[in-house]
Design a protein around this ligand. Structure first.
Ligand SMILES: *Cc1c(COP(=O)(O)O)cnc(C)c1O
Length: 432
């Protein structure tokens, strides 16, 4: 029987996407990454079809003998990797992790102090996102534009005068560590808890190049599991506070999810082990690449507004492309050259500029994982200059990008599927 036309179309689109994003494009989106072959294999399992409500061994469904063990193993691995006592791995995303913690610490009508939007606060931290949906008002702490960070003195005073229900740090434009110690002290002095959202930097924490906010006074961390931490898309909550952990675990199900997408669990566990083995080398290379890439962008003639701060201490940085037609145009031109970035608001942009902001945001995690080193990112900066500054036709540059990209196809810092297992595994084929 020949396949229905619609089906052929679905297959064709999927294959085109895979070929483009996995083999032909340079992905610089700092919130994305790829799993190792072993983690991908562990993701493509029957667990994706199953239901589990509740905690391991206290479920509302049968058939979970092995799922329970995997979930407990994952909790133990994450607890050892991040040196925290309690791990709640069920949130299916970073946003859901935030929702559960916000709801436990605040109620409708409360106020929350958040990192300034210019310092990268995520939409879920704001009244336009999850916080707003929970009926909690957000108040931004003051921003220190010179240091691209929370203004500690002003924020401390604000915490004392506002007495919020809780305080959050962390963000999605995250080049310099937020002042956890000082803000934790201020929050605790008025009897409230500090949440630090480490979605972007979880992999850097795993590798020891970024400190774990729990060890600096934060009461709880929330995160995604698929950004610098290169696992499957998902979320996690970690804390040393037993009472808080119990409360969060009581509400995450049934308030914020029923099923928690079980195939994430073994894939996240594989990634946790990989971070124990390769994490330090991986995280160091990500940051070295990020600094070298930002430096190269400045040398090629781009404006990197954090140059005076040593460019960046994380996996990402921004460039100001106002003089080159703005963020929307730059991101579109680069996409035509197979260089994938996202446009981003810069601190001086008004909020309504979100559709055409001044900046683009660039990160090194995925290409580092595929083997790029400092010198390779210099080449990427040159491709970007050709498109955005020299005005060369993007399609012409794309040919060079595709050629260059052929050198970076294998995932490093992770495990492959052992040969003896390869034949046995029931994988859903990834169409390439
Ligand atoms: C990405 C991100 C999130 C949301 O995570 P999802 O898994 O996409 O829901 C939350 N907080 C910050 C700071 C982020 O960057």
């Amino acid at each position: 029987m020949s396949l229905p036309e619609e089906l052929l179309r679905v297959v064709e689109l999927t294959r085109a996407h895979n070929r483009w994003r996995r083999f032909e494009a340079i992905n610089l989106i700092p919130s994305e990454n790829v799993m190792s072959p072993l983690a991908e294999a562990a993701y493509m399992t029957d667990m994706m079809h199953r239901y589990a409500e509740g905690k391991p061994k206290k479920r509302y469904y049968q058939g979970l003998i092995y799922v329970d063990e995997v979930e407990l193993l994952l909790m133990d691995l994450m607890s050892r990797l991040f040196k925290v006592k309690y791990v709640e791995p069920r949130p299916i995303s970073g946003t859901i992790a935030n929702a559960a913690v916000f709801r436990v610490l605040g109620k409708p009508g409360d106020k929350a102090l958040i990192a300034p939007v210019q310092a990268g606060a995520h939409v879920s931290h704001t009244r336009f996102g999850t916080l707003g949906a929970l009926g909690i008002e957000h108040i931004e702490m003051p921003f220190d534009q010179e240091r691209w960070n929370v203004d500690v003195d002003k924020a401390t005073k604000m915490i004392e005068s506002v007495k919020p229900a809780f305080v959050t740090l962390g963000g999605s434009v995250y080049m310099f560590p937020h002042p956890t110690k000082e803000i934790a002290q201020a929050a605790h002095s008025v009897g409230v808890k500090l949440i630090h959202d480490v979605a972007h930097v979880l992999g850097l924490i795993a590798g020891g190049v970024w400190s774990n906010p729990i060890h600096e006074g934060a009461d709880v961390i929330t995160s995604s599991t698929h950004k610098t931490f290169p696992g499957p898309q998902g979320g996690v909550i970690m804390t040393d506070d037993e009472e808080l952990y119990k409360e969060i675990s009581r509400v995450i199900f049934p308030w914020f999810l029923s099923n928690h997408h079980l195939h994430r669990l073994p894939a996240t566990a594989v990634t946790a082990v990989e971070m124990m083995v390769f994490g330090e080398e991986y995280a160091r290379q990500i940051v070295k690449n990020s600094v070298a890439f930002a430096e190269a962008c400045a040398e090629e003639g781009f404006k990197v507004p954090t140059e005076h701060l040593g460019f960046t201490k994380s996996h990402m940085f921004v460039i100001d492309v106002r003089n080159l037609g703005g963020g929307a145009k730059a991101a579109t031109l680069l996409e035509r050259a197979n260089i994938i970035v996202n446009k981003n608001l810069l601190p001086w942009d008004p909020p309504e500029a979100v559709k055409d902001p001044s900046g683009i945001r660039l990160g090194t995690p995925e290409m580092t994982r595929l083997g790029m080193k400092e010198g390779d990112f210099k080449e990427v900066a040159k491709f970007m200059r050709e498109v955005l500054i020299d005005g060369r036709p993007p399609e012409e540059v794309r040919k060079k990008v595709v050629e260059f990209r052929k050198n970076f196809v294998e995932v490093k810092y992770g495990f492959s599927v052992p040969e003896e297992l390869e034949k046995e595994l029931t994988k859903i084929p990834i169409l390439l």
